[in-house]
Design a protein around this ligand. Structure first.
Ligand code: NDP
Length: 411
């Protein structure tokens, strides 16, 4: 990675406090909104069984260099249409070959514009017929959160690999069902944690993990925006049965991810508080603002937050014994900014931007073609959902929750 240092940049850094909020917790429901899968639990074995390769994989392995896997995008909403589908143009190992939508006119329009044949347009009722379509290797699920588990299980039953949007699902049971379904189908599951494929976040991870900031004492991360009931994509986010939770599930998960991937550690304790204005109709079912703290085995602390009623913020800060690092914005789609500050200097770190969505899809395609585990498998999504659930529980009970006793880290 090329780095340019812009020494002496005078830019004020804002530290964010996250304490002192009031209120009770909401506990997310486990419900597939449209039939399908069920809960189910059981402790996961530490390693994925090797299993017998799917006949199609046997036929195709080893993959020819330059091959692109075919993706079916499920759910043609805001994120799919504006970020993911355009990003296939920049991907090297992934191509759009099919779309799945409940709106046939929209699906036809998207298909026409992106060279997807009419035969590769599916509805939710015809989704299972993707099993007969050899052009589809991967199903990319970009549906409301409570539908992730059902469509993941159905995609595995159809013999496809699955890339699933965050949060992985609503409950740990659903996550375990998804992981198990992938194992049984001998298919791969990856959670679309795009920040783990984004150059600035990767550089922040590297600097923190290689000691360039000294010993990491504290990570803070804040993700907030104003939830707008006029926007269709925000309407299901106010419905617990579809969203699973509020700001914590939707964007607090970025704050949580940041603390985990910057430190490289799994938290041993969590303490959460929630505030929702009871008179605000947006927060009848899901929570608004969440402040939560994590404690890691090394002693490093994280102060994290999410909100559906603040001006936009997508920030990560890392405080080390030698230097502090601010990524702001940290989890934007483009135009990230990083500042590293020591006692002697303040410098801007500049890295060439790259399409994180294309990088993420290509990572998964390569993992499939080379038959290796992706960097952010289902187990990574399960860990987060367990921790998020512990945040709700902590807020409900008004006390810290030990994650060691619940095995929440999955490690
Ligand atoms: P949208 O509402 O814009 O898109 C969701 C799509 O799902 C709808 O357009 C619709 O597509 C389909 N759908 C099927 N059933 C329902 C239902 N009951 N209610 C509403 N929509 C339904 O949401 P987003 O695109 O913002 O979010 C979708 C997923 O992507 C979420 O899991 C979210 O967390 C994730 N996301 C991830 C981001 C990231 O940066 N990684 C950013 C934004 C979202 P159709 O009309 O085609 O059937």
């Amino acid at each position: 990675m090329t780095k340019l240092f812009d020494a002496g940049l005078s830019r004020r850094l804002f530290l964010c406090g996250t304490g002192g909020l009031l209120g009770g917790a909401l506990s997310p429901t486990a419900a597939f909104a449209q039939g399908g899968g069920n809960g189910g639990g059981g402790v996961l074995p530490p390693d994925r069984p090797t299993g017998r390769p799917h006949p199609k994989m046997e036929k195709e392995m080893p993959e020819a260099p330059g091959k692109r896997l075919g993706y079916a995008v499920v759910g043609l909403g805001q994120f799919a249409l504006n970020q993911i589908i355009p990003s296939f143009a920049e991907s090297k190992s992934s191509k759009l070959v099919a779309v799945v939508s409940g709106n046939p006119d929209k699906a036809r329009d998207v298909a026409t514009r992106h060279g997807v044949p009419e035969t590769n347009i599916y509805g939710y009722d015809t989704f299972d017929r993707i099993a007969e379509n050899d052009e589809i290797d991967v199903v990319y699920i970009i549906l409301p959160n409570s539908l992730h588990a059902e469509y993941t299980v159905r995609a595995f039953k159809a013999g496809k690999h699955v890339l699933c949007e965050k949060p992985m699902a609503v409950t740990p049971d659903e996550c375990e069902t998804m992981i198990r379904a992938g194992r049984e189908a001998n298919r791969k599951l990856m959670i679309a944690y795009r920040a783990q494929y984004e150059p600035y976040n990767l550089e922040a991870m590297r600097m923190a993990r290689e000691g360039e900031l000294g010993a990491i004492r504290l990570v803070t991360s804040d993700h907030g925006r104003v939830l707008d009931p006029k926007v269709p994509a925000d309407q299901w986010r106010m419905v617990k049965a579809l969203a699973g939770g509020g700001s914590l599930y939707d964007i607090g998960i970025y704050s949580l991810q940041a603390a985990r991937y910057i430190t490289g550690e799994e938290p041993v304790e969590v303490y959460g508080r929630i505030f929702s204005d009871p008179s605000d109709p947006r927060f009848k079912e899901v929570e608004d603002t969440v402040a939560f703290q994590l404690r890691f085995p090394s002693g490093t602390l994280a102060n994290l937050s999410s909100s559906y009623s603040t001006a936009p913020v997508k920030r990560i800060q890392v405080f080390g014994s030698k230097a502090s690092l601010t990524l702001d914005p940290a989890t934007e789609y483009y135009k990230h900014q990083m500042i590293v500050k020591t006692e002697m200097e303040e410098r801007r770190v500049q890295i060439p931007e790259a399409n994180q969505f294309a990088a993420e899809m290509d990572h998964f395609s390569k993992a499939i073609m080379e038959n290796r585990e992706p960097k952010t498998p289902g187990e990574e999504g399960l860990r987060d959902v367990r921790i998020l659930q512990a945040v709700y529980r902590s807020a409900r009970e008004g006390q810290p929750i030990s994650l060691e006793t619940t095995g929440s880290t999955g490690k």
